[in-house]
Design a protein around this ligand. Structure first.
Ligand code: KIV
Length: 283
């Protein structure tokens, strides 16, 4: 499989080929998703919620993003790798934004960064792109502004807000974004934005008219039985499967059935496994 670059994604839009994108936060998931042929892997600051257990993405730090990006990049060969710039890492000044974007690329090993916000971030996007780092924009529901938005609610439902969203998309394209995320907006608005810009547009809760779709991988796998929003399709009930496997393990340990003889070492020399734990990508 060839490496997916920002140019591949643009060509896919031009050819009318849909782009698939998923989040990844660690090497084991990244290896599986990469081998499945997912074109874009996002180390999203959603990790603050699904991995760290916070109510919002706001507590996520640069150090944490770099740590997760580095883990994902070690196991990714084919997919284009995007790292989220977390809350507070790009809003204060263009210099700070450039410094953090470069850090997430150099230390985290990602190939582009994503930041939330519309036309008001055009100058910051320009500066990061000028420094050599491709930027993916993110408009609509921008979770880092949850308190300003008053919750996780669908955006762009009035004519005025829809017009602002369209203007934001054009401003971000003009500033040099190579792609855009549209989150939680009416399907007709996202389809209009997708038609109006030349860069690939990837939707989440934004209907079928985008050039591609992104989901938080834990949602698609059904890791949280209590979370079933309208825009997510659960392709698996992994939460139930994991619980059942853990219960079987617990029962087998209780009843002395695990470890069985084949899981135990004998005293014969040479009967030692060469590797302690599985390393993604190393079989
Ligand atoms: O952080 C994230 O996972 C995201 C996606 C939902 C697009 O921003």
């Amino acid at each position: 499989m060839k490496k997916v670059t920002i140019h591949t994604l643009r060509k896919m839009k031009q050819a009318g080929e849909r782009i698939s994108m998923l989040t990844a936060y660690d090497a084991s998931f990244a290896r599986l998703l990469d081998r499945a042929g997912i074109e874009v892997l996002l180390v999203g600051d959603s990790l603050g919620m699904v991995v760290q257990g916070h109510d919002t993405t706001l507590p996520v730090t640069m150090d944490q993003m770099v740590y997760h990006c580095a883990a994902v990049s070690r196991a990714t060969e084919h997919a284009h790798l995007v790292g989220d710039l977390p809350f507070g890492s790009y809003q204060t000044s263009a210099d700070e934004a450039v410094k953090n974007a470069m850090r997430i690329v150099s230390e985290g090993g990602v190939e582009s960064v994503k930041l939330e916000g519309g036309a008001e971030y055009a100058d910051i996007v320009r500066r990061i792109v000028r420094a050599g780092v491709p930027v993916m924009g993110h408009i609509g529901l921008t979770p880092q502004s949850v308190h300003k938005l008053g919750g996780y609610v669908v955006q762009g439902r009035t004519e005025e807000k829809a017009a602002k969203m369209l203007a934001d998309a054009k401003a971000l394209e003009e500033a040099g974004c190579y792609a855009l995320i549209l989150e939680m907006m009416p399907a007709d608005l996202s389809a209009e934005i997708t038609r109006s810009v030349g860069i690939p547009v990837i939707g989440i809760g934004a209907g079928a008219g985008c050039d591609g779709q992104v989901l938080v991988v834990y949602d698609l796998l059904g890791m949280n039985p209590d979370f079933s929003p309208k825009f997510v399709k659960k392709y698996l009930d992994l939460g139930v499967l994991i619980r059942d496997a853990a219960m079987r393990f617990r029962d087998e340990v209780r009843h002395g059935e695990f470890p069985a003889e084949e899981n135990s070492f004998s005293s014969a020399p040479g009967d030692v496994k060469p590797q302690l734990y599985s390393i993604p990508g190393k079989g």
